[in-house]
Design a protein around this ligand. Structure first.
Ligand code: 5GP
Length: 193
């Protein structure tokens, strides 16, 4: 089935890791009942409190590779060294079947690939952290990273910032409430269009 020809809407929220994209995504999902979170496939291990089939479809690298071979992904990326993440076609179909709009919380490269495939049917929001220093502090206080993975995320973040102009809207997250309201305003308009 050709997903692009169906003209279903979808929303992408992208940002460097730690920019506040998860908080903004949760806010939007609460605001708009017509939105549904697109659960990605991922090969990393679940963090404390994360559930398979809720936060991610956690899978082995073998299973992930099998899905690549069978063309089951809209996009996939090795987001961090050896860690693969991807949007399954079946996940988007599941959401559209329920007459909802998927929200994809994905990395910048993946977001660009999805945009290329869906064009005007998709709205992309780039959440920009106020600065890389603040981003580093946020990641440190989250306490989920080792020194190496923190460094990995910071250097990736600075690279990802250089792509922000590719997206429909840039939302600076210097104040979470303001960023959430701005994102909701833009999405409300898109859903009505
Ligand atoms: P985390 O490991 O912190 O849950 O996520 C790491 C990064 O992977 C985040 O930037 C997240 O947006 C991204 N990500 C999650 N799912 C996907 C996906 O399906 N495709 C791509 N390209 N990136 C994803």
């Amino acid at each position: 089935m050709n997903l692009m020809k169906q003209h279903h809407k979808l929303i992408i929220i992208t940002a460097p890791s730690g920019a506040g994209k998860t908080s903004i995504t949760h806010y939007l999902l609460n605001c708009f009942p017509e939105l549904s979170f697109s659960i990605s496939a991922a090969t990393r291990s679940p963090r404390k409190g994360e559930k398979d089939g809720v936060d991610y479809h956690f899978m082995t690298l073998e299973d992930f590779n099998q899905k690549i071979r069978e063309n089951e992904f809209v996009e996939w990326e090795m987001v961090y060294e050896g860690k693969y993440y991807g949007t399954l076609k079946s996940e988007l179909q599941r959401i559209w079947k329920r007459h909802q709009t998927p929200v994809l919380d994905i990395d910048v490269k993946g977001a660009i690939h999805v945009q290329q495939q869906f064009g005007k049917d998709c709205l992309s929001l780039f959440i920009q952290p106020p600065s890389l220093e603040i981003l580093q502090k946020r990641l440190e206080s989250r306490g989920t990273e080792t020194a190496d993975s923190l460094q990995d995320r910071i250097s990736k973040a600075s690279y990802e910032m250089s792509f922000k102009q590719h997206f429909n809207e840039i939302i600076v997250n210097d104040d979470l409430d303001r960023a959430c309201s701005e994102a909701a305003r833009v999405i409300g308009k898109f859903l009505q269009s």
